[in-house]
Write a protein that binds this ligand. Structure first.
Ligand code: HEC
Length: 154
């Protein structure tokens, strides 16, 4: 009995310590599992025609003109409108995640930019919390993001 109580307590302390700050760097995996994986899947493979893949695709967004900023903006404001990803059509709603803090969103973006087969394009550094903070100023939403989507992505 005592043992159960103790391990429960350890879990509770563990999760509250990890709750926010620890997500800052390297915690992107946890944010991904909690907020993205349900749609984009554990291996980032997505679901053809419904949820676009992130594996082998995020680097293309990062490399597109304005793409790095766009990627941060869709985390904050979501995305809505018909798009094409690697020749496949999608037209659903990507929710906004502005409720997550700057450090968590930066960690998340670094996670999806470096997981599976993905890596940052040459010369691009990891996202910082400050970069996310700056992106919030313009209050991007699903419509402004749709308009600003790099035209080379299709
Ligand atoms: C409820 C399902 C859902 C969740 C949860 C979700 N997405 Fe999406 N995501 C979508 C859909 C749907 C689209 C395509 C939107 C469209 O058709 O306009 C999309 C598009 C994307 C794109 C590609 C945008 C483009 O222009 O090609 C990226 C990158 C992305 N999501 C990342 C994420 C990340 C990271 C998370 C976790 C914070 C996440 N998504 C959570 C449904 C989801």
């Amino acid at each position: 009995m005592k043992k159960f109580l103790l391990s429960g307590l350890t879990l509770w302390i563990g999760s509250s310590v990890l709750g926010s700050g620890a997500l800052a760097q390297g915690g992107g995996a946890r944010v991904y599992v909690a907020y993205c994986q349900g749609c984009h899947q554990a291996g980032g493979q997505g679901n053809k025609g419904i949820f676009p893949p992130l594996n082998k695709y995020v680097p293309k967004i990062l490399a597109a003109k304005g793409g790095r900023q766009y990627l941060a903006n869709i985390m904050i404001g979501g995305l809505q409108g018909p798009i094409q990803v690697s020749g496949v059509k999608y037209n659903q709603v990507m929710p906004a995640f502005s409720q997550l803090n700057d450090a968590d969103l930066a960690g998340l973006l670094n996670y999806i930019s470096t997981s599976w087969d993905n890596k940052f394009p040459k010369g691009q550094k990891t996202y910082t919390a400050d970069e996310i903070k700056a992106a919030r100023v313009k209050k991007p939403n699903a419509q402004t993001n749709y308009k600003a989507r790099p035209k080379t992505l299709k």
